[in-house]
Design a protein around this ligand. Structure first.
Ligand code: ZN
Length: 239
């Protein structure tokens, strides 16, 4: 009976603080040794399937259409966004899909590689958001530092915290790139990849929740279809 109670208590703790609960789980080098062999086999088949011309093209340079800021979470990957992400998605990943801990990378993607889409993607069951909305004072200093920049209320429901954080990141980006957005050089989108179906829109759906700082459905739509000054200048150029 006591054991059962302990198990359910432990289970509850895992639910509340999955990020912290996994903080002391260590891997095994034996698993790593067989995994690196698997990775090499997969990569070698990838290389032969794609062929020399593909890699020659990549060697010429990159013009990624999107700079993507998403969480490091292993359940989130590019294959749900783009069938051929190579050269197309400039990926920035950290815990909690934050701009604050990767500002230089974001600026590089937008200012130097010329991405016209900044896509910020949070996800359901995010451990970083769960940790940030709890007491994380006992974690390692480096992890604490990366959680300090996530501004969510203590005790907030997981998915609400995820949405708040995505909106905060979009606000941060809007602050930085207001001019580019206004002139139609940049579209900033905040989204939630909801594999747990916490938003009840369907499991695995990428739900857009913020477009250029707008969170109202109608206004988001207007931002998505609006004619830009840059488009008009282009139209003039082409005539
Ligand atoms: Zn996450």
């Amino acid at each position: 009976m006591i054991k059962k109670k302990l198990v359910s208590l432990l289970f509850a703790a895992t639910l509340v603080t999955p990020f912290m609960a996994s903080a002391h789980e260590h891997g095994e080098a034996g698993i790593a040794r067989s995994f690196i062999k698997e990775i090499q086999a997969v990569e070698s088949s990838y290389a032969s399937v794609h062929g020399a011309a593909f890699f020659q093209e990549l060697s010429k340079g990159q013009h990624p259409r999107a700079t993507v800021v998403t969480c490091s979470d292993s359940r989130v990957h590019t294959n749900m966004l783009d069938q051929s992400p190579e050269g197309d998605l400039f990926m920035i990943r950290d815990i909690g899909n934050q701009i604050a801990t990767a500002r230089g990378s974001v600026e590089y993607g937008i200012n130097h590689l010329g991405s016209s889409l900044l896509l910020i993607i949070g996800h359901s069951k995010c451990g970083a958001i769960a940790a940030a909305s709890n007491d994380y004072s006992s974690l390692e200093p480096a992890i604490k530092k990366e959680l300090d920049t996530i501004k969510v209320d203590k005790g907030v429901a997981s998915i609400d915290g995820v949405k708040t954080n995505v909106n905060n990141q979009v606000a941060d980006a809007m602050n930085e790139y207001a001019e580019a957005v206004k002139e139609g050089h940049l579209l900033i989108i905040g989204a939630v990849y909801d594999f747990a179906d916490d938003m009840k829109q369907g499991a695995g759906k990428l739900n857009l929740i913020n477009v250029n700082g707008q969170t109202d459905a109608g206004k988001m739509q207007s931002e998505l279809v609006r004619k830009d000054i840059a488009d008009e200048k282009d139209a003039v150029k082409h005539h």
